[in-house]
Design a protein around this ligand. Structure first.
Ligand SMILES: [Zn+2]
Length: 300
């Protein structure tokens, strides 16, 4: 099992769905929405030009805790709506020997397309079919309210992309009565906690896995690029509340530092999936770590 780790008694595997890319200097703004002077990127991007795109990805994670199989994030889906092409989550799950029927819980970090795309898949008639028939889907209420709001999704516009996403990836889940709304921090098992970390969207969540004295924190889009875990004030223009998102970045970093937790996100730049917050040249930075393929050791 590639990129698999064991945290205490919890098995976690990476399921790679799709791609993403952004140029740090154009993606991020300071707190006043101004462009960040290019020289300020120098400690983070080295010799790379911060105005050029860095390759990134859309990852999902399969977490097995106390008999439950939990999917963190559900990728871009197969709805032709992601600019880098449809996703490969179902193939990735097959590669991990995980059948869609085995997923017990789906937790999108927030309700943007690239985290809910595979909530459903196109059926033979093109209509949405719930991808994970036995799963409870846990959505944060603040995101549900926003991304099903007729004004926000612009029901007046027949070409509204947000309305299409709501109709294909969100409303079929509540119609199937597979949705649970969470409104604050919540637990799925005693090893897996949902933390409300708003800012990118009102209902953005992170997931903390703790077992056997080890921990890993999945931060969703609290940060798209590693530099944001050092420069909390650097936010994409797409963050809906750019006062709250720096606070959430500070919270996840402090939660991680206090536990020496691994930190992973769905989009962080290509390279190691997991990292730790370390002090380097006077700054606290995310540093990727190579994790051994423990699953093979366990299986042997
Ligand atoms: Zn995203």
């Amino acid at each position: 099992m590639k990129e698999a780790i064991r945290i205490g008694s919890v098995d976690i595997a990476v399921a790679r769905d799709s791609y993403w890319a952004a140029a740090p200097a154009t993606h991020l703004r300071d707190r006043a929405s101004n462009a960040i002077p290019l020289e300020r990127f120098a400690p983070y991007v080295g010799r790379q030009d911060p105005t050029t795109q860095v390759a990134s990805r859309v990852l999902c994670f399969v977490v097995k805790s106390q008999g439950k199989t939990v999917l963190l994030d559900a990728g871009v889906g197969a709805w032709g709506l992601w600019r880098f092409g449809d996703g490969h989550l179902l193939d990735a799950l097959a590669g991990l020997d995980v059948r869609p029927e085995e997923i017990d819980v789906v937790i999108p970090s927030h309700l943007h397309l690239d985290h809910i795309g595979w909530n459903t898949r196109p059926g033979p008639d093109g209509k949405p079919v719930v991808t994970f028939p036995n799963a409870r889907y846990m959505f944060h209420k603040a995101d549900w309210d926003r991304f099903t709001d007729p004004v926000i999704v612009d029901r007046q516009d027949p070409a509204s992309r947000l309305a299409r996403i709501a109709d294909t990836c969100l409303l079929p889940i509540s119609d199937a009565q597979q949705m649970d709304l969470v409104a604050t921090d919540a637990s799925v098992t005693s090893e897996l906690k949902i933390l409300h970390t708003p800012g990118h969207t009102p209902g953005s969540v992170s997931v903390l896995v703790e077992s056997g004295g080890e921990s890993v924190l999945f931060i969703g889009d609290v940060a798209h690029l590693c530099v944001q875990l050092t420069e909390y004030d650097w936010s994409p223009l797409g963050d809906v509340d750019r006062e709250l998102s720096p606070k959430s970045r500070r919270r996840v970093v402090e939660e991680a530092v206090g536990r020496n937790a691994l930190v992973a996100g769905p989009h962080l730049e290509e390279g190691p999936v997991y990292g730790r917050m370390v002090m380097l040249n006077g700054r606290r930075v995310w540093q990727g770590v190579d994790v051994p393929a423990q699953r093979e050791i366990v299986a042997a």
